[in-house]
Write a protein that binds this ligand. Structure first.
Ligand code: 13P
Length: 345
């Protein structure tokens, strides 16, 4: 017979459930601003800005302090560097976020490495020392975390299980530390594959993921799932319409995702804001027709921030305009999370 959980355990699980639900409540979603130092520096370089610590800080502060952000965004995912930085007024980022009504999250994986005995597939790493890092992140103010597994369409069984196992170990460590894990198994959009290939790979990866989460003892009511939409590859001859994306995405989720999961927050995967929001709106419309147990929202990165980065391009005089661009994109994403496609105005 299993032992009854201690009161402390029950209380912390209740908090995890509330936090996981809150990240997709009231039509809000999650802003992914957690690019690694290398990726962020490369994105800054593309708009002519040097990839310094200060420039990365200024850009993240511009995003976080966008007027009205908390109307549309419940959480912001940061990387280790930003979580430890101070905004210009001397406030640590997580505290500034909390004061603005936005929860701070932390990306804790350390990227991908080649999976042995595979054809160039990868597994995500970062488990060593993770318990200690999570304890520190919690002290710093993070309420949730993120780990991204990356799968090619047509991925092998070996890649599914290696990545699902790592996701489950990560998620268990997070819940044990009182932090909600965002579980992100991403099937990439790159390539010329049809929507059916994305559907099959997404279904297999979600099966493996929830099987491993269960074996690791992870409570599904205390996670946020961050999947890709089911969609044809960017170079496919036949591109998916919002109706195709919604039909296939809702079908796969209904088949594979336990009803206890409170929140599903999609990544954008390189789609424009307009396209990602049109797809999310239609997903919500079709989901409400059939009735689903989870809230379906966004955890977009590029589909929210690209316009702001281009508009700012390191010029202090452009901050307000860049923030307006981010606000418009977040507002559309929030409408889409409620089944409304507001298009681009
Ligand atoms: P995109 O929405 O740009 O795909 O990024 C989301 C994310 O957090 C990927 O890990």
């Amino acid at each position: 017979m299993s032992e009854a959980p201690s009161q402390a355990y029950v209380v912390s699980m209740t908090n995890l459930h509330a936090t996981a639900a809150s990240l997709a409540a009231d039509g809000k979603g999650i802003l992914a601003a957690d690019e690694s130092i290398k990726t962020m520096s490369a994105r800054l370089a593309k708009v002519g800005v040097e990839g310094t610590e200060t420039n990365r800080r200024d850009y993240r502060e511009l995003l976080l302090t966008t007027p009205g952000l908390s109307q549309w965004v419940a959480g912001i995912i940061l990387c280790d560097e930003t979580l430890r930085q101070l905004t210009a007024d001397g406030t640590p980022f997580p505290q500034r976020a909390a004061a603005l009504g936005v929860q701070a999250g932390i990306k804790v994986d350390t990227g991908t490495t080649t999976l042995p005995f595979s054809d160039g597939e990868t597994v995500t790493q970062g488990l060593d020392g993770l318990a200690e890092r999570l304890a520190e992140y919690r002290e710093l103010g993070a309420t949730f975390a993120k780990w991204r597994a990356v799968l090619q369409p047509g991925a092998s069984d070996r890649a599914f299980w290696a990545n699902a196992h790592a996701l489950a170990r990560y998620a268990a460590l997070c819940q044990d530390a009182g932090i909600v894990p965002i579980v992100e198994p991403e099937v990439l959009m790159d390539g010329g594959h049809p929507i059916e290939a994305c559907q099959a790979t997404t279904a297999a990866m979600l099966s493996a993921t929830f099987s491993e989460l269960d074996r690791a003892g992870v409570d599904p009511a205390g996670v946020v799932l961050k999947p890709n939409m089911v969609i044809a590859g960017t170079a496919a001859s036949s591109q998916s319409t919002p109706k195709d994306v919604a039909r296939q995405t809702v079908a796969v989720l209904r088949d594979k995702v336990p009803a206890q999961v409170p929140s599903i927050a999609f990544l954008s995967g390189g789609q424009s804001n307009e396209r990602a929001c049109a797809n999310l709106a239609e997903i919500n419309r079709q989901a409400s027709q059939v009735g689903v147990p989870w809230r379906l929202t966004f955890s977009f990165g590029r589909a929210l921030v690209d316009d702001a980065l281009r508009t700012w391009a390191g010029q202090p005089g452009q901050v307000a305009q860049a923030q307006q661009a981010l606000a418009a994109n977040c507002s559309r994403a929030s409408a889409a999370a409620q089944g409304r496609d507001e298009g681009v105005v």
